[in-house]
Design a protein around this ligand. Structure first.
Ligand code: GDP
Ligand code: MG
Length: 192
């Protein structure tokens, strides 16, 4: 790390889940603050980054800054051949499914198994039910209940379950920051 870098730590965070559930949209929303209705199938791995003050510190101790390096899965999701190199070194993961498509929730177990086989044991994982805006319309498109997602998260040692909308921006910041804050705590505790 260069002494002139504007951050104190750097953490790799991967976005995984079925194609079309909104991983690229969540990354773009977080890094660029915008949403596109167009679905570009991601080719290769795309990156985004954000420098975050990981928590609100009222102790008066100077805040450390952490750079989140976001790895948006691409192609691997289609071929289901997630490479070891993609997960290697990840401190955190957003495990994303689409609230309006049950099958994408049924596949989170496979994604988690892949991740746990390869990633570090201390990896911080947040389960994300995306496209919450589609559940807030008159014709509610919800196919996965909050209760079943929360229950799955609890059973599988997931830090938290968050419902997001990359479209409206709802809870996007929260989902990423939950991961960032816990990674930060782990760094402080000397886990990495
Ligand atoms: P990825 O394959 O997981 O990267 O998914 P994309 O980010 O490319 O999104 C797939 C499609 O879902 C695109 O047409 C997006 O515009 C749309 N989409 C993504 N997030 C949301 C959301 O929160 N709400 C709605 N309504 N559509 C979304
Ligand atoms: Mg994508």
């Amino acid at each position: 790390m260069s002494s002139s870098a504007p951050w104190d730590y750097i953490a790799k965070l991967v976005c995984i889940g079925d194609s079309g559930c909104g991983k690229s949209s969540l990354t773009i929303r977080l890094c660029e603050g915008r949403f596109s209705a167009h679905h570009d199938v991601t080719i290769g791995v795309e990156f985004g980054s954000r420098i975050v003050p990981p928590r609100r510190d009222t102790s008066g101790i100077p805040q450390k800054h952490m750079k989140l390096s976001l790895w948006d899965t691409a192609g691997q999701e289609t071929y289901k051949s997630v490479t070891r190199s993609y997960f290697r070194g990840a401190s955190g993961a957003l495990l994303v499914f689409d609230l309006s498509r049950k099958a994408t929730f049924q596949h989170v177990t496979d994604w988690l198994n892949d991740l746990r086989q390869i990633a570090e044991p201390d990896i911080v994982i947040v389960l994300v039910g995306n496209k919450a805006d589609l559940t807030q319309q008159e014709d509610n498109k919800r196919e996965v209940t909050r209760e079943e997602a929360e229950e799955w998260a609890r059973r599988n040692g997931i830090l938290e379950y968050v419902e997001t909308s990359a479209k409206s921006g709802e809870n996007v910041e929260k989902a990423f920051m939950r991961v960032a804050e816990r990674i930060y705590q782990n760094i402080q505790a000397g886990k990495y």
